[in-house]
Design a protein around this ligand. Sequence first.
Ligand code: NAD
Length: 475
Amino acid sequence: MTAPTTPTDSADTRPAPVISVIGTGYLGATHAAAMAEMGFETIGVDVDPAKLAALSAGEVPFYEPGLPELITKHVASGKLRFTADIASAVAAADVHFVCVGTPQRAGSHAANLSYVESATRGVAEHLTHPGLIVGKSTVPVGTAARLRGIVAEFTPAGIDAELVWNPEFLREGKAVEDTLHPDRLVWGGASPAADAVIREVYAAPIAEGTPVITTDLATAELVKVSANAFLATKISFINAISEMCTIAGADVSTLADALGHDVRIGRKFLNAGLGFGGGCLPKDIRALMHRANELGAGRVVGLMQQVDEINMGQRQRVIDMAIESAGGSVLNRRIAVVGAAFKPLTDDVRDSPALNVAAALHLRGAQVTLWDPEAMETARRSFPTLTYAESMTGAIEGADLVLVLTEWDEVVAADPAALAAVVGQRVVIDARNCLPVDRWVAAGWTVRSLGRPSPAVVPAASVAAGATDALAAAR
Ligand code: NAD
């Protein structure tokens, strides 16, 4: 392609590229805001009018720390705007980031690529001048090569267009920081001119020393999928080991701490518990499984199958533990569920293990009362039939059993003595191995978890005085 601009070099008088971002969900809204923060005029495009109205008003229709501030700042500065009109956005922009969803296809492990295809076509057919299309969505290997066919077919004659792939590694909950200061930048398939444009767009993080890996399209696509597959494998590995710990009476948390000191292993993603969920890891490993099967990479299929099965099995382990803790049946038992988001610092409940377990217990006749510091609305939309409490204490009040399913800081820091004073039965399943067990046990709780022995319960008499004090303190 012809580079629409070159880096902001005093010898060059051409203006900086204008950016369009197609799809303004978790990825696209963050990317658009970050582009504006890096100094580019940016136009976010979406097909969801409610999302666009919220974003245009500086409101973010999901919970992402720091993002509302950044969007408000740049909507006000005029650098960032949102529209449903892809034609006008594409006509105004030079670099077009494709950030639409690639969810799991219904009834299949494959990724649904219809949004990526339609967004790419939308950009191509509305190009009025040379354009660089930069795919950021997570896609199965081979997708970008196919999308190049769509670009070739739909770009108006005589207009120069190029498509490259630049996968995104941001973490929900830390999306702003990760986008402004990524730990690496990867793009594939770029011509020298396209490479120069991408380097201009990412000039700020590159100047900070962010490593840049440039490669071919297939490698760029596979880097992202492999990163998620590895993280998922690490979680399922420790969860498999946690089963051994349970049988052998060992403590998986101590074991993970000890493993984590080995720099070759690292401590992150070694928390045994309820397993992974969300809008990325589960669908990405399944899409990888599907694509590996198509390509005949049988080992990848087998490995990912195991990872997925171990992960889903953790949900069943927690459900079984709840039933056992409730004396063999949860029918009509009052169960408090603390946490609905798939992880802390997000309100995302897509494929959330927490919400899955809550719903499964509800289906078995339990009276489930749920609380989450941020994901109440998203959870309510998915499962309106559950009961929602206004606070953690409200959820726990009178409960026969408490399940901690998302490791929010405020849950970890909660006062177990105050909660002991309001709960019906002092039994908690710490499905994230996140609670300070000694404090909970000292407050009279029976703490059950995955892969950690249950400590002996403190005799009721020695707790009673403490609980009375705590009740007074809680009021
Ligand atoms: P999302 O569902 O939150 O957002 C997708 C957005 O695209 C929606 O707002 C939807 O309305 C919009 N859209 C769909 N078709 C469109 C079209 N033709 N034109 C314009 N807008 C359209 O999804 P997300 O979580 O932001 O994920 C997007 C992609 O990024 C996925 O491939 C995902 O795997 C990848 N990704 C996500 C994360 C994350 O943490 N969420 C991190 C890295 C990569």
